[in-house]
Design a protein around this ligand. Structure first.
Ligand SMILES: Cc1cc2nc3c(=O)[nH]c(=O)nc-3n(C[C@H](O)[C@H](O)[C@H](O)COP(=O)(O)O)c2cc1C
Ligand code: SF4
Length: 654
């Protein structure tokens, strides 16, 4: 079965290093697992909410030893959105105290991540941009106000005041966010710092500000208060902080920090490496961490970036890459990752697929949501079990894709008598087919996890059978959940032959075509995986009616999509829709002007288009008096999170 890495056995004895204590400053951590800083957008009107606290507390309960909060604004210039929590106002003190108590109660410690975006116009901060030099922000090209020395001193004071507030509220420490191209990176990086005063130029000058902030926090908060630094291991821009410069910076700052965390990229095109998606190999950056670690001179080093399994985490420590493992996406997907690893339930760990959906949500200003963890951030998330139903009902689920499998499992776990019909012999639906595309292999782990969980229930599986109305009626169900999915439609008004992207994938992805046109009226990641696969075989022209591509993909992963398409020589034609294909000539039309053009020597048109729900069973079953609910694409074709969450919601209502 796919997903072998997560189905490996092992418990605390298999991961002795991961579950050994670690001294960070004066604190002893119970194990080596930390939640690396994770923005949730659970704040409201810049205030802490219950969900903001629960997200952290549930991960402490799930066994992580150290939890680093999301970015906390250290002064009004850092107020990037109404969900960003302010650490400079007394109004959040009660919430900070509750968060620290909740985390400590579960045996973990809480670290506040102190943040100032500088020139970075990430979510259009109201009072920013303020920068170290007048270089434009690489993302928005905004030119910041260049801070005078007295303004920099005010910002330094704000860091210290915020740290003092968190200490008073019971936090174990703070982490200065000096990664990802925010203010502190801008100051340390020769790429962005063009100053000629005592804060610019030489390395000594560029680290001065961070050093002064750390020293002042230490003076104000004492030796027992942890002070960590998250900084680039590789900024990924010419003239920026590369691993050699990161080593020099680390060496210069080593005695001022209790730990160092290294991440990659900044908010330029190197952003892609900041949350490396499933197209990157696992543990991509450990070599860099290993190289830099000696410069920390004994201060613990946190490695992070696509570390997925306990075995990978154990290996990273064993190989000397780090002392501490930072996990974000793995712990978003499963708050109980540490406890499950400790207790020998590795195959129970709900794997992240590293699709970056959650990242996209928070960067769109929406609350953190997780593709297949509907309980995310809710009280009771850790060790959650669906409540037993008051009475057992006969439930039939049609469709063994993610929506149907989730519905069937949750309904069965609640005590219902469930039959699941799946047309294919394997569960997973279109996701399984997508998993065969380049860079999509992580989906196999998700499907394997879903299957393992499902097979532990009493649900009866009827796989390889496309259920008919008669099949369903024969079971006399109290409830029918239709999760039969969807299929892609022909492009409107198109004359000629072609296949849908789904059909092409299902047909084994073989083509002898020398030139393929892919009509992209979808913009989701799966379409570009098809493009990657097509471009390996043929000359590829991608047509889209929009003026951009990848509009449904978070902009971190969208960078990789563009990079791969351009590297493969794919021709991208914007504002275009296909009109006809005949005699190897594809005619397309500009959607704004109606002007038509031809592409010669085209062998095949593949379309990825808005889908049609496969809901044909619904009306006959309703007419037969059954209680029928549609979920996922079968209800209205959308994305994976809708499918899984809706499947669960339907099962919870029975
Ligand atoms: C949803 C999400 C939110 C994040 N928020 C922050 C943040 O507030 N501060 C920060 O330094 N890094 C943030 N990161 C980056 C993570 O801390 C981490 O460096 C990165 O995700 C790589 O680790 P992973 O592979 O375990 O996810 C975030 C990442 C994700 C996916
Ligand atoms: S949304 Fe995707 S990338 Fe984010 S934690 Fe969930 S599975 Fe992982």
């Amino acid at each position: 079965m796919a997903g072998s890495e997560f189905s490996e056995t092992g418990d605390v004895s298999s991961f002795p290093r991961l579950f050994s204590p670690l001294q960070i400053g004066r604190r002893t951590l119970r194990n080596r697992i930390a939640l690396s800083a994770t923005t949730t957008c659970y704040g409201a009107r810049n205030r802490i909410t219950d969900r903001w606290i629960d997200f952290l507390a549930e991960r402490a309960k799930g066994g992580a030893a150290m939890l680093i909060t999301e970015i906390l604004a250290i002064d009004p210039a850092a107020l990037a959105s109404p969900s960003v929590i302010t650490a400079y106002e007394p109004d959040n003190e009660a919430g900070f105290k509750r968060a620290a108590e909740a985390v400590e109660q579960h045996g973990a410690c809480l670290i506040g991540q102190l943040w100032h975006p500088g020139r970075q116009q990430l979510w259009s901060p109201v009072f920013s941009p303020k920068g170290i030099s007048d270089q434009p922000d690489a993302l928005s090209w905004t030119v910041p106000h260049v801070m005078r020395t007295d303004e920099l001193r005010q910002v330094a004071d704000a860091y210290v005041a915020a740290a003092g507030r968190l200490k008073t509220c019971g936090f174990a420490g703070v982490e200065l966010h000096a990664a990802h191209g925010y203010l502190l990176t801008q100051i340390m990086s020769p790429w962005s710092n063009q100053r000629s005063d005592q804060y610019g130029g030489s390395l000594e000058n560029r680290v001065r500000f961070v050093r002064e902030v750390a020293e002042h926090i230490r003076q104000a908060c004492g030796e027992h208060f942890v002070v960590g630094l998250k900084m680039p291991g590789e900024e990924g821009v010419d003239g920026g902080i590369d691993p050699d410069e990161a080593m020099r910076i680390t060496a210069a700052l080593a005695r001022h920090f209790d730990y160092f965390a290294y991440s990659q990229g900044n908010f330029s095109l190197s952003l892609e490496t900041h949350a490396p998606d499933q197209t990157f190999r696992r543990c991509h950056f450990l070599d860099i961490h290993k190289r830099i670690r000696p410069a920390a001179q004994g201060a613990p080093v946190m490695a992070l970036g696509r570390i997925a399994t306990p075995a990978e985490a154990e290996r990273a420590i064993q190989d000397g890459a780090c002392d501490l493992i930072g996990l974000t996406r793995a712990l978003i997907a499963d708050a109980d990752w540490p406890n499950k690893a400790r207790d020998g339930r590795v195959d129970d760990i709900r794997p992240s697929t590293y699709d970056n959906f959650a990242w996209g949500e928070i960067h769109a200003g929406k609350p953190l949501a997780e593709v297949h963890n509907p309980q995310l951030g809710l009280k009771g998330e850790s060790a959650w079990q669906p409540p037993r139903a008051q009475s057992s009902r006969r439930v039939v689920v049609v469709g063994a894709g993610p929506a149907g499998v989730q519905a069937a499992r949750i309904a069965a776990e609640r005590g219902h008598a469930v039959t699941l019909f799946g047309a294919s012999r394997e569960i997973g639906g279109k996701l399984r087919r997508e998993a065969g595309l380049p860079g999509c292999e992580e989906f196999l782990h998700l499907i394997a996890w879903m299957e393992r969980q499902l097979r532990r229930t009493d649900a009866r599986l009827e796989l390889g059978l496309r259920a008919t109305v008669a099949d369903v009626l024969a079971l006399a169900p109290d409830k029918v959940i239709l999760a039969a999915g969807s299929h892609q439609r022909r492009p409107a008004n198109f004359l000629g032959e072609g296949v849908s992207a789904r059909e092409w994938v299902e047909g084994g992805r073989t083509t002898r075509a020398q030139c393929v046109v892919l009509f992209d009226q979808d913009h989701a990641a799966g379409t570009y995986a098809v493009a990657d696969a097509l471009a390996k075989r043929s000359r590829l022209v991608l047509l889209t009616p929009r003026t951009q591509i990848a509009r449904q993909v978070n902009y971190c992963s969208a960078i990789g999509i563009h990079r791969r398409l351009y590297a493969a020589g794919v021709e991208i034609v914007l504002a275009a829709e296909p009109v006809s294909l005949g005699a190897r000539v594809l005619t397309w039309r500009n959607v704004f002007t109606g002007e038509t053009r031809n592409i010669a020597d085209v062998d095949l048109l593949v379309w990825s288009t808005p889908r049609i729900a496969d809901d044909a069973l619904a009306e006959p079953l309703r007419a037969a008096g059954l209680d029928v609910e549609l979920v996922g694409d079968c209800m209205a074709p959308r994305n994976l999170i809708c499918a899984i969450h809706e499947g669960e919601a339907a099962a919870m209502e029975i």
